[in-house]
Each structure stands twice: as C-alpha cells, then as structure tokens.
Design a protein around this ligand. Structure first.
Ligand SMILES: [Zn+2]
Length: 298
C-alpha cells in the first residue's frame, strides 16, 4: 500500500446491528485513523420496541413505518457518533421477522424479496466509491435467521466479488471498479464466549442470564463456525456500550447486552471475533488484525 489511509466497510442489516456485532472493532480502527464506513441495508422500519423504558422522542411516533424509520435514523446517528464512524443507508425496507406457524409471507417490496442484483447494485456502487480494503458482514446463515440478515450476507458477498469486475453492474458515469482485499464474517456470540461469560459470572457469585441460552443452543446442535481473527478491543467497550444505548427503542439498558459486569467482560473476553471468508492478499491465520497482510509494514 502507498500512504493512503486504510478503509473498512462494515455491512449490516438494520440500525443497531453495527452496535451489537463488531462495534468495538470499528471504534478501535476509527480511533487509529482507519476510515470506517458502516452501511445499513434497511431502515429497521419493522422493529418493535424492545426496551421497556423507551420513550418516543418528542415530536415523533413509533407506530407507522415512516415514524419508526425517522426515530431509528436519530438513534443511528447517535450510535455512529459514539463509535466515531461514518454511516450510510442503502435505503431498502426492513422485511420484518416473520413469526407463526405457518410463517406469514414477507411484506411486498421488502429487502429480502428483491432480486439479488437489484438488492446488490447500490452496495456495489458504494464499494466502488468508498474503496474499502476490508469488508465485514454476516456468515451465510445470517448469524441468526432473520431474512434481512441472510440477505445482508448475500448482497455483501455479491458486492465483494462483483465490484472489481468492470463488466458487471455497469452504471453510466459510475465509479471505477474496486476489488476489496479481504472479506470477514462477524462472530458475535460464539458458544465459547457465552460459556466463558457464564462461568465467570457464576464464579463471581453473580446470577448468569446465559444458562438457558447455552442449553437451547447446544440442544439445536448448530454447527459452530470457526473464528480466524481476534481483535483486542476491550479499551473500546465503553464506545460500544454508548452506541448500544443510543438505540433506545431496541436496547434495554437493564437487559441482556449489559448483563455481564464490564470489568469481568474485559477480563474474560477482551476481543471481538471474525471469520476470514476471502483474502486477495497473503495472510496467515489466526490473525489479530483485520488488515493483516494489507498494512505496508506487515
Ligand atoms: Zn438486525
């Protein structure tokens, strides 16, 4: 690399996902001078209020799709500030999490129902404009089975592979092709991490909220994916926490995300994990840096 700044693009499905998956990593890289752009595919217009202490901001409502979109834009701006990153929207509409048996159909026009090429085109263009060296997103399962999370993986995967190809996604007056050098999947709550937090809390004589979760995940026998890259980010947990609480409609400050005392968390699990999905530069795993193999000195 020449002297140009490193750039990281983190692609997420909804506002708040950037604060619950890899948030401290983006805060750390931004603080170190990396240009960080969070891309949010949908407006989160179909999220319910998940925080019992949430109060709708004055002059807003949280009933209609438009009302939710407006409130969640305010929350997202505050979260991006807390992380010290830039953020932009792809402008798609939240598909919602279908519930019931049988599952209801997804709402017309939502992100998950669009043809892949139509859903990917704005991200391909954004990759060509921002020119990230590294992209992060979810694994093919979405990390959890929300249709927008699976779709988020699909469009990020597509953009990573297509943006460098001048023959694909051709736009009149569009930016030059750009091929990012590495693609990662977020590893949020691995079983190893849950168990470590659970054991540390019980060891400290605290009540752990993770027991049932660990049991139900173990019972479902979800195959664990393998993290390749651990980034030391404990110093940026305060920024992550500020970003989480900025999403006041979604994140309960008394809830699960804040269950582990922070000194304990920094002690037993000071890192965030990622899985290297593709690299166009030589690198050796395990890694402790998303830019390993890209930095001039490495
Ligand atoms: Zn989400």
């Amino acid at each position: 690399m020449t002297g140009e700044p490193l750039r990281l693009m983190a692609v997420h499905a909804h506002p708040d996902d950037e604060s619950s998956k890899g948030a401290a990593t983006t805060a750390r890289y931004a603080a170190e001078g990396v240009e960080v752009l969070v891309v949010t595919c949908t407006g989160g217009e179909r999220g319910d209020v998940l925080n019992p202490s949430f109060e709708v901001p004055t002059g807003h409502e949280f009933e209609s799709v438009e009302g939710k979109r407006a409130v969640r834009r305010l929350e997202m701006a505050a979260a991006a500030d807390a992380l010290g990153v830039r953020q932009t929207w792809l402008g798609f509409v939240d598909s919602g999490l279908p519930e019931g048996d049988p599952l209801p159909p997804l709402p017309e026009g939502c992100f998950a129902l669009l043809p892949l090429e139509e859903a990917s085109a704005p991200l391909v263009e954004l990759v060509r404009e921002f020119r990230p060296h590294v992209m992060t997103t979810y694994d093919p399962s979405g990390g959890y089975p929300h249709p927008d999370h699976i779709r988020c993986h699909e469009v990020a995967f597509e953009a990573y592979h297509a943006a460098g190809d001048a023959g694909r996604y051709v736009v009149d007056g569009g930016a030059e092709p750009w091929a990012p050098l590495k693609l990662y999947y977020n590893h949020g709550f691995s079983m190893a991490r849950l168990r470590a937090a659970h054991e540390a809390m019980e060891g400290a004589g605290l009540e752990s909220p993770f027991g049932d979760w660990i049991e139900s995940r173990a019972a479902r026998e979800i195959p664990e994916r393998t993290a390749t890259t651990s980034v030391d980010v404990a110093a940026y947990f305060p920024q992550r926490d500020a970003a989480l609480t900025a999403h006041a409609s979604q994140i309960d400050p008394e809830g699960f995300f804040f269950a582990v005392p922070r000194d304990l968390e920094a002690d037993v699990w000071p890192t965030e994990e990622f899985e290297l999905a593709d690299a166009r530069v030589p690198t050796t795993t395990p890694e402790d840096d998303l830019f390993a193999g890209i930095r001039k000195e490495s």
